[in-house]
Write a protein that binds this ligand. Structure first.
Ligand SMILES: C[S@@+](CC[C@H](N)C(=O)[O-])C[C@H]1O[C@@H](n2cnc3c(N)ncnc32)[C@H](O)[C@@H]1O
Length: 266
């Protein structure tokens, strides 16, 4: 059954319709661009280790995440010892969790095997550093990959590992802004996901793609901060931080909700 524009119950964003192409053709074109994007995403990247390049050749695409996690779990005893060495030799410990290809100088970058990291670690097993050992923790576009309950657990871990007065900075995709735009003028939706056949198709990419499992707006992210023991989380702009070095990734600027809090002193 085809839906005429008149049956569309969400807001219409007329600029997105590519008349006179018919609906079938618009969707087929969209699927073709989706397939291309998926291939680019899964191809080898300059930041991939040699092991990851080999794995990408050998392991089918739909098994790669699982395989990477299995290898990361297998090296856990080794990496736990490495974490103890890092903690003993790093006077100002700053952790960048879920760092992916965004290796940051001056930070201990933590992600799974295959990324350019100082520590290969599955964060489902907590953070392998001692209580009150770190002065800062940063993660950007990690939380949306973790189920909400486990995210609260990771927040507890950040609280435990931070020193009193230490700073936690978190960046997540701004799902609230995307939804407000969808029910409003559609400008932000178009800016982030240009040329999609409809506004909702653009919005659902954020919710269902890239192995995303949890979405955040200010209210939800602040709630998770407070649940983890940070009483006063504050939304911050890209680049605006109490940290000594701004860790934000420039390509994330327009799509990210940043929030920051200090662990209370007392
Ligand atoms: C979208 S990427 C973000 C990478 C980087 N922070 C950035 O902004 O480009 C999400 C990262 O979180 C990592 N990640 C997800 N779950 C994880 C877990 N349980 N333990 C360690 N890393 C995890 C993934 O391996 C991936 O590199």
């Amino acid at each position: 059954m085809s839906h005429s524009p008149a049956s569309h119950t969400g807001p219409m964003h007329p600029t997105r319709r590519m008349e006179p192409m018919d609906d079938r053709q618009q969707l087929e074109n969209y699927f073709a661009t989706v397939d291309e994007a998926q291939l680019r995403l899964k191809a080898t990247k300059p930041s991939d280790s040699r092991l990851r390049v080999a794995a990408k050749r050998l392991v089918p695409m739909d098994r790669r995440s699982q395989a990477r996690m299995a290898v990361t779990n297998a090296v856990r005893p080794l990496e736990r010892r490495k974490a103890a060495r890092i903690e003993a030799t790093t006077p100002r410990l700053r952790l960048h969790l879920g760092s992916g290809g965004e290796h940051k100088e001056g930070w201990i970058n933590v992600d799974c095997v295959g990324d350019p990291v100082e520590l290969a670690w599955n964060l489902a097993h907590g953070i392998p550093f001692g209580d009150a050992s770190a002065e800062a923790i940063f993660h950007e576009h990690l939380f949306e990959h973790i189920p909400l309950r486990a995210g609260v657990g990771l927040m507890d871990e950040c609280f435990r590992v931070l020193k009193p007065g230490g700073i936690l900075r978190v960046g997540v995709p701004d799902a609230g802004a995307l939804i407000r735009s969808y029910v409003g003028d559609g400008e932000y939706v178009d800016a982030l996901h240009p040329g999609r056949p409809t506004g909702l198709i653009a919005v659902q990419e954020l919710f269902y793609w890239h192995e995303h499992v949890t979405m955040f707006d200010d209210e939800t992210l602040a709630m998770v901060f407070r649940a983890g023991g940070f009483p006063d989380p504050v939304r911050r702009k890209y680049g605006d931080t109490d940290l000594e070095w701004v860790p934000d990734t420039d390509t994330r600027a327009s799509q990210t909700l940043y929030m920051e809090a200090r662990k209370p002193l007392g």
